[in-house]
Design a protein around this ligand. Structure first.
Ligand code: UDP
Ligand code: MG
Length: 205
């Protein structure tokens, strides 16, 4: 069983080694508990710092680490799509480099998929603690308005941190549109999703 972790990175040279350390710790645990193997796919989204250098260094010391590097900054959505295309896992997770998406949740998320009752384990945060109030206000308004306009439910507080089956991953990949909105696509493709709640965590670096 192979699990792919897709990590879009824009100027994350400080966060990446911390992410790698924590993800490796969880991967070792899950090798024992679930017999799971991992690949880590860092997508350098045209970073201006040493993100690509760090990706190369991690790849040189650990062959589970792979990377994609963009010619310029295309945005997180493009990074997620490129990562999904590169992923070879039976289960595929998308997560941020700054540890706001805790790898420690992965064992529970995998357990959920292994029951066979779900194709997706998704996360949402229950608080916006630590976020500037104006940003929270606009975020809440965004969810109110989009859910009035759209038939596809966009869950307030939903993060892009998910673990998906290969079946659902392939469905998401089959949508090759240019201006991507992953939260909408994840919901639009259907499949049974179980939600995990957690409190907001501030970025690690
Ligand atoms: N990111 C990216 N391209 C961008 C902006 C962000 O790949 O143009 C990545 C970033 O490195 C991080 C994730 O997307 O891994 C979420 O970004 P950030 O932490 O800035 O967003 P927030 O947590 O504030 O929503
Ligand atoms: Mg963040």
């Amino acid at each position: 069983m192979l699990i792919s972790l897709i990590v879009p990175c824009y100027n994350e040279e400080e966060a990446m080694p911390l992410f790698y350390k924590e993800a490796s710790r969880v991967a070792a645990e899950m090798k024992t508990s679930h017999g799971a193997d991992f690949e880590f796919i860092f997508v350098d989204d045209g970073s201006r710092d040493g993100t690509l250098r760090v990706a190369r260094e991690l790849h040189a010391q650990d062959d589970r680490v792979r990377y994609v590097s963009f010619s310029r900054n295309f945005g997180k959505e493009a990074g997620i799509y490129a990562g999904l295309q590169a992923a070879r896992g039976d289960y595929v997770a998308t997560m941020d480099a700054d540890l706001q998406d805790p790898p420690a949740l992965l064992p529970q998320m995998l357990d959920t998929l292994l029951t066979g009752a779900y194709d997706c384990a998704a996360t949402r945060r229950t608080t916006r603690k630590g976020e500037p109030p104006l940003r929270s206000w606009f975020a809440r308004k965004f969810y109110q308005i989009i859910n009035k306009m759209s038939d596809t439910e966009i869950v307030d507080g939903a993060r892009d941190f998910r673990l998906m089956s290969r079946k659902m991953t392939d469905a998401v990949l089959s949508m090759a549109e240019y201006n991507r909105f992953s939260k909408g696509i994840f919901s639009w493709v259907g499949f049974k999703t179980k939600w995990f709640d957690y409190e907001n965590i501030e970025r690690v670096a």
